[in-house]
Design a protein around this ligand. Structure first.
Ligand SMILES: *Cc1c(COP(=O)(O)O)cnc(C)c1O
Length: 401
């Protein structure tokens, strides 16, 4: 008789974004005249850059000709893309990463979810709280999370990030084995300076902790002294894996491409994690589509870079409109400077969900309840800058009246 992975039964049936759409739908049925503005979306809205679309068309044509057709490609990704990434994202910042340390994938979520395949089940997981829910759920599935009580998993070490600690947690009392960091952060939009990140890298080196560094929003960093890659930190290659994505950078949420850096120096018990991840990917993954990798390569062309810069400037313009609008209304506002997310304290000590209802009912604005990202998100609310500029302005105007 077959049986299932029982760990899946522990996962909550309740799913944040499903709950939100249900509430929005019910509201719209009740008040069909109201014009709802959605500032809760975590998905980009601008179309792909022209340089990317051009590269896609060209690659499709190559696939239609027997002399240029491509079948199975390397599981790790094509050399042309791995080299382009090394040159533009690492060498250009003085970071020494080689092409065989880059693994191309269909996005960061897959790699973040799959990476623990190469880690023993006994590893203790720590994560900053609140954070992108994939880290927790993938470890629940792998049997590392323990039991769910009081909105927390018993085996997971939560590092609260709130306005009280300026979104920089203390080192945990218990020593974790694996630490997830997401910077710039989803959902708080906050970043750490190079000094702070170096301290965490040193802590990881001292305690033999593996850092899983998610920098999906790296392209949104505007301020100086904010690291773009964890490998800007001394010693990081011996302790960290970095995850990147073209999704939020270049509008690839539907096209799908990301990459993961597993340095060769990164070892556990003398075994190279680069070797293990290569083995894992070669067995369970057959590569990102050729046409998509050509599209990703075009992100680094001069035209592609120019277009990406404009897209990010558009979203960051919205972030500024939201931050200023909320500030003018007396809200406590965080993030929005180096990330497309604005994190705000709810008013009148409302819970995250009470505030969600209040914003929808009073202003017809939809955001995301902070508690959906972890226990320390309670009492906060997330707005995103991925809407249109017109809607973003209108939403802020509604708040003022
Ligand atoms: C959107 C997002 C990702 C990844 O996305 P893919 O589309 O799978 O590349 C990864 N991490 C965070 C924090 C995100 O918000």
């Amino acid at each position: 008789m077959f049986s299932i992975n029982q760990e899946y039964l522990k996962l909550s049936e309740y799913y944040l974004f499903a709950e939100i759409s249900k509430k929005v739908q019910e509201f719209q049925v009740k008040y069909p005249q109201s014009k709802i503005i959605r500032l809760g979306i975590g998905d980009v809205t601008l179309p792909l850059p022209k340089a990317v679309v051009g590269a896609l068309h060209k690659a499709v044509d190559e696939m239609s000709d027997s002399t240029t057709f491509k079948g199975y490609g390397p599981e790790q990704g094509y050399e042309f893309l791995r080299k382009t990434i090394v040159e533009n994202d690492y060498a250009a910042r003085g970071i020494d990463i080689s092409a065989d340390e880059v693994f191309i994938s269909d996005g960061a979520k897959s790699d973040l979810g799959n990476i623990t395949d190469i880690l023993d089940r006994s590893n203790r997981i720590a994560l900053t709280d609140p954070v992108y829910p994939v880290y927790v759920d993938s470890n629940v599935m792998a049997g590392r999370a323990g039991d769910f009580k009081d909105n927390k998993w018993s085996n997971i070490i939560y590092l609260p990030c709130t306005e009280d600690n300026n979104f920089i947690p203390e080192f945990p009392k218990e020593r974790p084995d694996v630490l997830y960091l997401c910077l710039p952060n989803n959902p708080t939009g906050t970043v750490w300076s190079a000094d702070v990140l170096q301290k965490w890298v040193d802590y990881a080196l001292d305690n033999k902790i593996l850092i899983l560094f998610d920098s999906a929003y790296e392209a949104y960093i505007q301020e100086e002294n904010v690291p773009h890659s964890i490998y800007e930190m001394k010693g990081a290659k011996q302790t960290a894996i970095e995850f990147r994505s073209f999704s939020k950078t270049a509008g690839f949420t539907g096209l799908r491409c990301g990459y993961t850096i597993v340095p060769r120096e990164l070892k556990a018990g003398g075994v190279s994690l680069n070797h293990l991840w290569n083995r894992r990917q070669s067995t369970k993954f057959n590569g990102t589509p050729y046409i998509v990798q050509r599209a990703a390569e075009a992100v680094y062309s001069p035209e592609g870079k120019e277009e990406v810069k404009k897209m990010i400037a558009y979203y960051m313009g919205n972030a500024k409109i939201i931050s200023e609008g909320l500030n003018a209304c007396g809200f406590k506002v965080f993030g929005g400077k180096n990330a497309p997310y604005i994190w705000l304290r709810t008013s009148d000590n409302m819970s995250s969900w009470e505030f969600f209802d209040y914003m929808m009912n009073t202003y017809n604005i939809v955001g995301t309840p902070g508690v959906g990202f972890g226990p320390s998100g309670e009492g906060y609310f997330r707005l995103t800058s991925f809407g249109s500029k017109e809607n973003t302005i209108e939403a802020m105007n509604r708040l003022v009246v």
